[in-house]
Design a protein around this ligand. Structure first.
Ligand code: NAP
Length: 259
């Protein structure tokens, strides 16, 4: 299938590791031009090394997306480098686990500042450049915790639920501006973040380990590349009639009718 992504201008937030890195590399392999941002310069340099033979052009920008000014810089840099913004992949995010009575206001505010407001602000910064260029696509990488409330992951789950709503409401706004908006709700995906969250950094092959095999009905966790495949399809013109939808990729973890 030709995804028709060749030559598109793409922003991938949190593009240096995990799901964002897989999306950035897959976009570059399709011939898209990618601006990848994250805080750490080393991982961005590693991404650049991995992408050196790709047909697409990569720009990297160290940026902390907790800061509104950094978000404006990312959008401006994409226009300066590639002349336009066709696709935004909102992906940089993390939220802590913990006991409800021990997580204070600041913990909630800090985690929402990246995972919720980072997505809102980045979408606001990209929407007009997209409209000026004739339209675009926003892909929000959210999380299946939105659909599976648990006491131990309340901050992230609530942010994800809010982002599922935001995706649909933003699609309503995007309809007026030729901007298509979709969300992806991954279940457990084997990234640094999952390993940290599970405290499993010492496991020899945690993807095959018992703890991970029990996490989904399919008996394994997902890979960043599997999420990237879905993200690229949704961002592509092949998915032109998918708008305002939140799509789950979780190995059967979510068993409700809405997932
Ligand atoms: N892995 C899963 O099981 C899973 C499941 C559901 C949803 N998700 C969601 O998928 C997204 C990606 O997760 P992942 O597992 O791929 O995470 P990851 O491996 O930890 O990668 C996170 C990426 O975001 C960047 N980042 C973190 N904080 C940032 C900040 N303040 N400003 C800019 N960039 C920042 C990181 O680089 P720096 O640290 O250098 O900034 C890195 O590039 C997240 O939104 C997560 O909530 C993941």
């Amino acid at each position: 299938m030709n995804l028709e992504l060749n030559g598109k201008s793409v922003i991938v937030t949190g593009g240096s590791k995990g799901i964002g890195r897989a999306i950035a590399l897959a976009m570059l392999a399709e011939g898209a031009n990618v601006l990848a941002c994250a805080r750490g310069a080393d991982a961005l340099a590693d991404l650049a090394a991995s992408a050196s033979a790709s047909p697409g052009r990569l720009e990297t920008l160290p940026a902390d997306l907790m800061e509104p000014e950094a978000i404006r810089r990312v959008a401006t840099r994409c226009v300066d480098a590639f002349g336009r913004v066709d696709i935004l992949v909102n992906n940089a995010g993390s939220a802590r686990t913990g006991e409800f009575l021990e997580l204070d206001d600041q913990a909630w505010l800090d985690d929402w500042r990246l995972k919720f407001f980072g997505y809102v602000r980045m979408a606001r910064a990209a929407m007009l450049p997209m409209e000026r260029g004739g339209g675009g696509v926003i892909v929000n990488i959210i999380g299946a915790a939105a659909l599976n409330p648990r006491r131990s992951y309340m901050i992230g789950g609530a942010a994800n639920a809010a982002l599922n709503h935001f995706t649909k409401a933003l699609a309503d706004e995007g309809s007026r501006r030729r901007v298509r908006v979709v969300g992806i709700n991954p279940g457990p995906i084997l990234t640094e973040r999952l390993l940290k969250m599970r405290g499993a950094l010492s496991g020899a092959n945690p993807a095959q380990g018992d703890a991970f095999s029990r996490m989904t009905p399919l008996g394994r966790v997902g890979t960043p590349e599997e999420v990237a495949d879905l993200a690229l399809f949704l961002a592509s013109p092949r998915a032109a009639f998918i708008h305002g939808a939140n799509i789950t990729i979780d190995g059967g973890y979510t068993q409700g009718l809405m997932g």
